[in-house]
Design a protein around this ligand. Structure first.
Ligand code: ZN
Length: 294
């Protein structure tokens, strides 16, 4: 009896040990807090970092990544972050040095490295007043460019948590396959519409348009609402191109876009570029673009 009993007891202790192992393991693998500049990057970092990271965005939906100013509470949160995944949006120019000063031990990963940027689109590139000082920062809206960003995210995560290298590499491989699949679908969607035009308020879609053979006509001029004369030029252009849908962004004023839409009897659609469900959002907007092409 005592032998059987001691067997039971030791089995009990053993199983207690084994069954509690996973709990112990998750206890030591608490999610690492990392910062990203914009919300779509949460999607990218989670795709590769999986259960090991908790990405926190600096610019929240509805805020403008061109001129955002981090809040005091975000600066406090930043002091506990292990890494910052930058993407080259304009507010970073002024703020990254300050963010690094708050937390000098935080790894700074520039996910836009090696991406060749296009000049920021002007609404009338042939009017002689085109300034290409500013480069187009909207690199997260091209699946092909997200592939490059994913490589930098992978390297950054491996440097931070080398014990999970194999898992990160596998996640990265799966993510690349998803991006290639999305790219194939979008290429197919716009195969028959090369050179067609979409009218947008803010020129968010430069890389998307380049990759899928579209031309974007932005309403905004160098980050500002167009002046009256420019608005009338746009109206003439829109009529000529038979534009009947205008795309605006939730984080920008839609005043001039609405005015032009009313003048030419077009529909105004809000196409957000900062959605957290990145792939679903891109597919939805692509379908809206396709339906609007004439
Ligand atoms: Zn923008």
């Amino acid at each position: 009896m005592s032998r059987y009993r001691s067997f039971l007891i030791s089995f009990g202790i053993l199983s207690l040990f084994f069954f509690s192992l996973p709990t112990l393991a998750t206890g030591t693998n608490e999610k690492i807090k990392v910062f990203v500049s914009i919300v779509p990057q949460i999607y990218f970092v989670e795709k590769i970092g999986g259960k090991y990271v908790e990405p926190v965005p600096m610019v929240h939906p509805g805020d403008n990544p061109h001129n955002y100013e981090p809040k005091a509470q975000q600066m406090a949160e930043l002091s506990r972050a292990k890494a910052y995944f930058a993407i080259g949006v304009p507010f970073e120019n002024a703020w990254l040095p300050k963010l690094t000063a708050v937390n000098p031990k935080m790894a700074m990963i520039h996910t836009e490295t090696n991406i060749v940027k296009l000049p920021m689109a002007d609404h009338a590139p042939n009017d002689g007043k085109h300034t290409d000082e500013a480069l187009d920062p909207h690199i997260w809206l091209s699946p092909r460019l997200v592939k490059i960003q994913a490589g930098h995210i992978l390297q950054g995560l491996i440097a931070m948590l080398p014990q999970h290298t194999d898992e990160f590499k596998q996640n990265h491989k799966n993510f690349i396959a998803e991006l290639e699949n999305l790219d194939r679908d979008l290429t197919e969607l716009f195969k028959q519409t090369p050179g067609k035009r979409i009218m947008v308020f803010h020129p968010t879609w430069g890389y998307f348009a380049r990759d899928y053979g579209l031309i974007q006509i932005p309403i905004e001029v160098e980050g500002k609402e167009p002046k009256a004369a420019q608005v009338w030029k746009l109206i003439a252009e829109a009529k000529k191109q038979k534009i009947d849908v205008i795309f605006a962004q939730p984080e920008f004023s839609a005043k001039s876009a609405q005015f032009i839409a009313d003048e030419i009897d077009a529909k105004l659609i809000f196409a957000g570029a900062l959605d957290e469900n990145w792939e679903k959002n891109l597919r939805t907007i692509a379908a809206q673009f396709k339906a609007a092409l004439r």
